[in-house]
Design a protein. Structure first.
Length: 80
């Protein structure tokens, strides 16, 4: 068994746990991302608004992918 296969096998339980948590607490995580983005944007006085918005969108997409992994469906399309 190669190094990558061993690493994937060891990380599988953690990945499953993260997926479960994302399914259970997706709304809270989403709210936290929004709150953090607003705070950072406020502290930087809007200088990095585009980058903050882009990063927040990517984080939400990743959250959607994680939380929809087990249901066999595809995550909803992003409207960004």
């Amino acid at each position: 068994m190669g190094f990558l296969e061993q690493l994937k096998a060891k990380l599988a339980p953690a990945r499953d746990k993260v997926s479960d948590l994302a399914q259970q607490h997706g709304d809270k995580i989403d709210q936290g991302l929004e709150k953090a983005a607003r705070l950072v944007d406020e502290k930087t006085k809007g200088k990095y608004s585009d980058q903050i918005q882009s990063g927040t969108g990517k984080a939400k997409e990743a959250l959607d992918r994680m939380s929809h992994k087990d249901d066999g469906g595809t995550p909803p399309a992003s409207t960004s």
